[in-house]
Design a protein around this ligand. Structure first.
Ligand code: G3P
Ligand code: CA
Length: 293
């Protein structure tokens, strides 16, 4: 009798064990199939909130008004575009021409700084911004250092020979070229310009911008970038979980541009990107990873 009872008990225990194993594995399969990707969501890490040309969804791009707005919205970084004026000053302007964002007309490097100062850089965006001027890099460094990070994009580098030295000089004068400053990143679509800048100030973080290319980014390119860059910042339409992981494997970080759609921002964060460049810092959200607040 005891033997029969023992056998029955063992059979029962085995059945419960098998049901448990099958049940758990079935549950895992269901969860995986329901998820939008097989990678673990990025729930813990801080994603840098980078205000593109300042909070340019709310104020005229590359002006103090846009940077103040980004600060108010507690972005981690402002992204700025820099070029040289006729008299060799590093000034903020996205386009090669001043026409779209000022009341002037012509190439940025056809104007001296004094002439650029007379242009209005705010009225095109809205009458409340009349009087905004084109800032210099030095003014931006002095106004925002220690308050918010600054991602400096060198625009049209080949038309501005010597711009890397001028940016490096401005950072050195302010003691902003030290290791792990964590607050300045210099990037460009011109990768030669970034290699030159990195040779000048190897302690300042650098980034390569990559425009959309259906071919993607090869391992050979990533290996090359990693010799002078800390960030690979591609057009967001090229970014998937695999690219994020490959960039991380090469020891670099990734902050794609320019994303103004909430669901795409969330998706990129789930992929584990290190930063998001957006005209709307409020979509990216914020926390205190850089301890500026
Ligand atoms: O920071 C990256 C992004 O600014 C590059 O594109 O044309 O807006 O300067 P663009
Ligand atoms: Ca830019």
């Amino acid at each position: 009798m005891k033997n029969i009872a023992d056998t029955l008990m063992k059979t029962l225990l085995m059945a419960v064990l098998l049901m448990g194993i099958f049940g758990i594995s079935n549950e895992q399969h269901t969860a995986s199939a329901a998820g939008k990707s097989d990678i673990a969501p990025n729930t813990s890490k801080h994603t840098l909130n980078i205000a593109h040309r300042g909070a340019s969804g709310y104020a005229p791009e590359n002006t103090m008004a846009a940077f103040d707005k980004a600060l108010e919205m507690k972005a981690d970084y402002i992204e700025i575009d820099v070029q040289l004026s006729k008299d060799g000053e590093v000034v903020l302007m996205h386009d090669a021409m001043v026409d779209r964002t000022t009341d002037g007309s012509g190439r940025i490097d056809a104007f001296t700084l004094e002439e650029l100062r007379r242009l209005d850089a705010g009225n095109w965006f809205g009458p409340q911004f009349v009087g905004e001027q084109i800032p210099t890099l030095e003014e931006v460094l002095d106004a925002y250092r220690g308050k918010i990070g600054i991602l400096i994009e060198i625009k049209n580098a080949s038309q501005h020979p010597g711009i890397e030295e001028k940016i490096a000089g401005a950072l050195e004068e302010r003691n902003m070229d030290k290791p792990n400053n964590g607050k300045i990143i210099v990037q460009s679509f011109d990768h030669g310009s970034i290699a030159r800048f990195n040779a000048l100030l190897p302690n300042v973080d650098t980034g390569v911008l990559v425009g959309y290319d259906a071919e993607g980014i090869s391992d050979a390119q990533l290996a090359q970038f990693s010799t002078y860059a800390d960030y690979v910042n591609p057009n967001h339409q090229m970014v998937d979980a695999d690219l994020v992981s490959r960039i991380h494997d090469y020891g670099m970080q990734i902050a794609p541009y320019t994303i103004n759609d909430q669901s795409r921002i969330n998706e990129l964060m789930d992929y584990g990107v290190d930063g998001i460049i957006s005209d709307y810092p409020d979509l990216v959200g914020h926390n205190s990873a850089l301890h500026y607040n």
